[in-house]
Structures are given as C-alpha cells and as structure tokens.
Design a protein around this ligand. Structure first.
Ligand SMILES: NC(=O)c1ccc[n+]([C@@H]2O[C@H](COP(=O)([O-])OP(=O)(O)OC[C@H]3O[C@@H](n4cnc5c(N)ncnc54)[C@H](O)[C@@H]3O)[C@@H](O)[C@H]2O)c1
Length: 247
C-alpha cells in the first residue's frame, strides 16, 4: 500500500481491461489518477469505484484532446508524475486483406496515441522534476504472428518510440519503459478464443505456458514501473507474457 503516495498519474485506455486495472491499482497504492478513454460507460464504473480517480473522455488519436488531458490534470492536481499510455486496439486480418483504414486506424490509436502521450506528457513531467512513462507494447513488439501485421507494426514502433524517449529525456529524470504483455483476458482478445479455451488450462498452456493473463497481473508490473522501485529502469521492453515468447 501507498507505493505511489503523492503521485499524480494519467492512464489512457482506462475504461476497460488492463488500463482499468492499472487505474484502480494505482489509486489503491495512493496515487491520484486521471482515467481517460473514449469508453464513457467504462469510465463511469471506474469513478464510482475509487474516490482517488477522476475521469475524462479523451480520444488518444487526437492531439488537441491529449494536450487538453495533460492540461486538465495539471490544473486539477497541480502536477503530473506518471503517464500510462495503455489505449489500443487490434483488428486482425491477413496482410493482403488489410485496408488503409484498418492500418491507419491502428497507427492513429496504438502509435500516435502513445506519441501524443509522450509529446504532451514530457513537458509536464519536466515541470514536476521528472517522472515515469509506461507505454503499452505487446509481445508483438518483438515477435510476429500471422494475420495481425498492422497491429504488430504499431507495437514494434511503440517499443522504439519508448526507447527514444528514454534516451532523450533521461537528463530530465524522466524514465520511459514499454510493457509487453502476452495474451491477457480482456474484451480485446475475448472474440479470438471460444469459451472452451478459457476453461481449458492445458490448451492455454500450449499457447502461453502460464495460461492466459489477467489485467491485474499486468497492472501490478505497470505499478512497479510507475513507482520509484524501478528507478534504474528506462528504455526497457518489460515482457510480462506467462512464457509466451519462451516457447
Ligand atoms: N489483451 C491482450 O492480450 C493484450 C496483449 C498485449 C498488448 N495488449 C495491449 O494492451 C492495451 C490494453 O488493451 P486491453 O487488453 O486492456 O483491451 P481493452 O479492449 O479491454 O481496453 C482497451 C481500451 O482502450 C480504449 N481505446 C481504444 N481506442 C481509444 C482511443 N482512440 N482513445 C482512447 N481510448 C481508446 C478502449 O475504449 C478500451 O477501453 C492495448 O494497447 C493492447 O494493444 C493487449
């Protein structure tokens, strides 16, 4: 408890899944959290669950909304110490069936959303004397799978964007790390597997040795990366994948 006391944090993609678990987990550790998403129903559940969380609708693919999100946080709480760029989505298709709209859509949310989070978050972190950025990559930041090439391209780029931010702003005591989850049971992946798969640990182990992850298991690592416990870590690809990439 209280590993994030006095910290002020933004979490994007906080209306569901891993972002929601991270927002709740950080609030439980004492942080004040601005939870952002386009999913207003998800945000409403969050604000009623924890008094340290305030919510704000924000489309991460829109520069002016991300700039306003950071300004809102500083006005409301006086500073920013932690920026968690979690919003993202996956549309699967074979490469030859991937349309420009599909490709651009994932670039705009998964990559440009993280770019805006860094671009507008960094000056606020500089004003508060430093801080921690956690960007959501994926095991697909490092390894490919069939039929998700556009998504994989965005997640590979997020890892290198993160490393670039890490080396550029270490002088300002700003750290940036890329959390790389394996398969985690959230609405994003539920449509890819049938109910039987979620009930069958032996099947899951063929795919990911420790079985499907939970949002809370990823949030625990994000909280560590947000906290001063990880103070020597920057520019890292932090793989949290239940052994997925070890197979
Ligand atoms: N679930 C997995 O297996 C898995 C694995 C590796 C990486 N990831 C990544 O983890 C992150 C979180 O995904 P999740 O699994 O929690 O999925 P999720 O669908 O439960 O949550 C994603 C959230 O992002 C929000 N979002 C989407 N577009 C947005 C936009 N333009 N602006 C603001 N918010 C937007 C959605 O509304 C949703 O609330 C994503 O970046 C995803 O790519 C997921």
């Amino acid at each position: 408890m209280n590993r994030l006391a006095e910290k002020i944090a933004i979490v994007t993609g906080a209306g569901s899944g891993q972002g929601k678990a991270a927002a709740l987990g950080m609030a439980a550790e004492g942080a004040r959290v601005v939870a952002a998403d386009v999913n207003e129903a998800g945000l409403a559940e969050l604000s009623s669950a924890a008094e340290k969380i305030v919510t704000k609708r924000c489309d991460v693919s829109r520069a002016e909304e991300m700039e306003a999100l950071v300004a809102f946080t500083e006005e409301r709480f006086g500073a920013l110490h932690v920026m968690l760029n979690c919003a993202g989505y996956l549309r699967a298709a074979p490469l030859l069936e991937t349309t420009d709209d599909m490709f651009d859509g994932m670039i705009n949310v998964n990559l440009k959303g993280v770019f805006y989070g860094c671009k507008f978050g960094v000056p606020a972190l500089q004003r508060s004397g430093g801080g921690s950025i956690v960007n959501w990559g994926s095991v697909n930041s490092m390894v490919a799978e069939p039929d998700i090439s556009a998504y994989t391209a965005t997640k590979g780029a997020v890892l290198m964007l993160t490393k670039s931010v890490a080396v550029e702003f270490a002088k300002d005591n700003i750290r940036a790390n890329c959390i790389c989850p394996g398969a985690v049971r959230t609405p994003m992946v539920e449509s890819f597997f049938d109910e039987g798969f979620f009930a069958d640990m032996a099947e899951q182990r063929k795919y990911q040795p420790l079985g499907m992850g939970t949002p809370e298991q990823i949030a625990d690592v994000a909280i560590f990366l947000a906290s001063d416990e990880s103070r020597l870590m920057t520019g890292s690809a932090v793989v949290v994948d239940g052994g997925y990439t070890a197979l």
